[in-house]
Design a protein around this ligand. Sequence first.
Ligand code: SF4
Ligand code: SF4
Length: 368
Amino acid sequence: MSAATVYFTNLRSRVGYSLLDKTRRMFVKSGFAGRIDKGDKVAVKLHFGEYGNTAFLPPMFAQVIVDEIKKAGGKPFLIDTNTLYKGSRGNAIDHLETAFRNGFSYATVGAPVIIGDGLIGMDYVREVIDGKHFKDVKIAAAFHHADAVVNMTHFTAHELFGFGGAVKGIGMGCAAPSGKQEMHSDVLPEVNAEKCTSCGRCYNWCPVDAIDWEAGTKAQIIQKLCIGCGECTVACTYHAIAVNWKTDPNITQEKTAEYAYGALKNKDRKALFFSYLMNVSPDCDCYGFSDPPFVPDIGIMVSEDPVALDQAAVDHVNRAQPLAGSKLEDMKTDDKVKSIHGIDWRAILAHGEAMGLGKREYRVEEIE
Ligand code: SF4
Ligand code: SF4
């Protein structure tokens, strides 16, 4: 099995050749335009950034890709999904407002912005994968129905994955919130009786009748019937069914690789992955702040293989010098990505490779 190709360009620029020009050149070099058919609906998957975060990938990079997709005959749209946790992106209204405040709108990028799993995260499609952890996965409907995808990742460290890269961005980032719960938790949810208003919404949403409820009574989850799908955690708008974050990072990483596999299953050779190794912050863009980067800006990578891309990105970050004044400053370590949060990052790539999502062996082709 031959190594996957990862294109790399450093971040040096000059008059007439900006980082936007480099982004365009990387897209052209990838040959992806030739795989877009006229009228294809092309998802440009991004993270719009939690409000207050300033490290996320700025919208002008997406604008370049939008232009190139249009030139190739496609119909681009920007997409992300609702989050599981409370924050500025937990439903489509808040999420679109946050995207707008962070600079992502039709006016700035020339393409519609769509929250892929709908108003409250209930719009998803089940994709059968027969994985080690999941028989099927819940993929945001608008992502599933797209004909092609260009994923644009801002590489960061991460408290559960070790790093936030392409596989995590697709796996977690294209899942409906109840799918995110499935990935994050091995423990079944419980109702907080004090917060429960007896509205019955969870009872109506539970797919396996695992909720005991009658009008005027508090809901209770019947643990022996509950399959841990997480639907009730999303359905309860009173936050009476807590998201259970308890999990083993290796298991969450494997589950996320399975979600990425499911998200990309119907995108045969119509997926391209960018990774921006700039502002490599210690925490992901889901936080409403950004601590200084722990390594210098490195470059931009592109590949058709998300596993190879992530492996190459981690290797490049681990080879970089730690930055003074950053979280890594006093840590003497070869595995910088692991050291930031003490999380081994390998499980997501190993399981992704085992699933057939890509391969960890890569060769770098440098682009000027
Ligand atoms: S949806 Fe929430 S508030 Fe309503 S019955 Fe269920 S747990 Fe109680
Ligand atoms: S997690 Fe799923 S199966 Fe369990 S009670 Fe909630 S909706 Fe029902």
